[in-house]
Each structure stands twice: as C-alpha cells, then as structure tokens.
Design a protein around this ligand. Structure first.
Ligand SMILES: [Zn+2]
Ligand SMILES: [Zn+2]
Length: 196
C-alpha cells in the first residue's frame, strides 16, 4: 500500500492527503481525500487500495462475499477534474454454463475514467463525480468489475456438459441415451467458446 504524491511543483504535504491508501481500510476503503491533489494542478498520485464491494454479481457469476476488490490507479489532476488510470481486479465465482459446476477466475479491468466536481458544468455524461474534498472510487470500481465478469463461463473449454435427457454429467461418465445432436447448437457453442 502506498500513496505517493509526485508533482512538477513540490510543496509541503497537505494534512488531508497524507497517509491515504494506508489507514483507510475501514468501512470505506475507496474514499480518497483529494484536496491537495486538486490544489496542485498537473500533479499525480498513485493509489493502491483494496476492500469489499457489496453486490457485485451478474446472472450466475459473482465476486464471493468477503473477497476484496483491488484498485491500482494513478490519479492525475487537471483544471477540470481528475483522470483515473490503472486497473481494477477481483476474483469471481460462477456456474459453468454447460455442466453447472463451479468455475472461478479473476477479472482484470483496465480503467481510464474521468472524475469531475459535483457542480461541474463539464458535459460528460460518463464522468464520475466527487465532492470538493473527497473522491469515492466505489462506483468506478464497481462498474469496472461488473464489465469484466464473464457472461457465461465454462469450467473448461472441453466441458462435455450434461445429458439433456437423463442429466448425467458427461465429464464424469457417459450415459446410455442416444446422442441428441443438433449441429446448429454445436456450431454456436464453438463460436462462443474462445476463452472459457
Ligand atoms: Zn462444465
Ligand atoms: Zn443421458
């Protein structure tokens, strides 16, 4: 965990920013004081924070309860606001879309987002908002993770799935049902199956 302030115009560290990134792992780890950063236009600050974000889930895939989301960001101030660049990562768990078995992975999202003051006239619908002295990164972090959660994961690219007739898990054993091949679905599966 480190919080480094590096700017073209060094000046005494403000009392507000010191120690952010450390000692901020309580209930709101993603709340970052920004007064000093915004005072020094053009300065950047490296931020590594992690914490829990509630309710990170899509259909069948979720970040396990208690698993931290990690943000490794560089905040750069300019006259209109702050640009956050870096990565957000989180572990996820889900159900294989073919056999229903457990699948786990790690989502890594490349971030480049704009953050402007609440009262900013900047017409950027996608920009996140901050107060005069504090930036809450949680909405940004949440969106970044949700975007990277897989829609329909596979336990393995070669998962055989379940028999549609008797429900036997074909990864574990074959069954005696006659094959129910539908070439159209097989072709679609091939197309949607680049990564697993
Ligand atoms: Zn499977
Ligand atoms: Zn069967």
């Amino acid at each position: 965990m480190s919080a480094v302030t590096a700017g073209a115009r060094p000046s005494p560290a403000g009392p507000d920013d010191s120690g952010a990134g450390r000692g901020r792992h309580g209930a709101r780890p993603f709340r970052v004081p920004v007064t000093t950063l915004r005072k020094r236009i053009g300065s950047t600050r490296r931020l590594e924070v992690q914490g829990r974000v509630e309710g990170l889930a899509t259909l069948g895939v979720s970040v396990p309860e208690g698993a931290p989301v990690r943000a490794d960001l560089e905040l750069c101030s300019d006259p209109g606001g702050i640009t956050a660049t870096g990565t957000v990562t989180a572990a996820w768990e889900g159900e294989c879309r073919r056999c229903g078995g457990t699948v786990a992975g790690r989502a890594t999202s490349a971030v480049r987002e704009r953050i402007v003051p609440e009262d900013s006239a900047e017409e950027d619908e996608d920009a996140y908002r901050m107060t005069a002295d504090e930036l809450d990164l949680e909405p940004l972090v949440r969106d970044a993770v949700l975007l990277e959660l897989p829609l329909a994961p596979l336990c393995s690219g070669t998962c055989l799935g379940l028999c549609p007739r008797c429900g036997t898990n074909w990864n574990e054993s074959p069954c005696d049902c006659r094959p129910l091949a539908d070439p159209r679905w097989a072709a679609l599966d091939q197309l949607r199956d680049p990564s697993g």
